[in-house]
Design a protein around this ligand. Sequence first.
Ligand SMILES: Cc1cc2nc3c(=O)[nH]c(=O)nc-3n(C[C@H](O)[C@H](O)[C@H](O)COP(=O)(O)O)c2cc1C
Length: 220
Amino acid sequence: MAANLVGLGFQKGVAAEAILSTYSAEGEPNAAPMGITLKDEQHLTVDLFNSSQTYRNVKTNRCAVVNLTKDIEVFYRSAFKEANPNGKLPPEWFEKAKLVNAPKLSFADATIEVSVEHLELMATKVTMKTRVTFKAESIWATCMFPQAHSRAMCLTMEAIIAATRVKIYLPDQKQEIRLAKLLEVINDCHQVINRVAPNSAYSQVMDDLTQRVESWRKQK
Ligand SMILES: Cc1cc2nc3c(=O)[nH]c(=O)nc-3n(C[C@H](O)[C@H](O)[C@H](O)COP(=O)(O)O)c2cc1C
């Protein structure tokens, strides 16, 4: 049976966390976690911060690959490139996609090659974002057993997202309350993860993330 977006778990109005991979104008591969939502059977949307490398790459090449993985380390290392040796994602993570001018993750459980159909600027007082509508050009998926879920996965993702925002708000004195809330989220997630998944990939990511956030606060 051919894979389709709904079969892969995408739902209307529900952001699914995936890794979006793209090439820069210079052909450098990049990957970052992004929340992807089903628009209809053939289209996906994502709201990208205009400050992200992913946004610049999507605007330049007008395509990307949506990669599905359950590897939490990939979410962490693609959100924070500085968590990798030499501060760069390993080149061996990437191989060229078949149809679009974008790389795909060689170890992904599923890949969706997508082309840009529409870009819509969504400016608020605090942020500049662009809603990108992608058309699915080609879908590939491995056959897998059903997976048992651990809440450690969602909690670690939540903490990583919170940390990406801490990095943005830290230099801004006016964002003190928002910052305190984000730090509380990271701390709460860390405590539950240590209880439900001690000595796991999740707790390791959380230990590293907590140290990273602490070092930003010291540098401030
Ligand atoms: C699970 C998860 C979901 C995320 N979703 C989005 C998103 O929908 N849009 C966005 O702009 N950033 C999102 N981020 C933050 C980016 O991944 C992060 O800012 C990253 O450093 C951007 O990398 P880039 O500059 O290479 O594009 C998310 C992060 C995580 C961990």
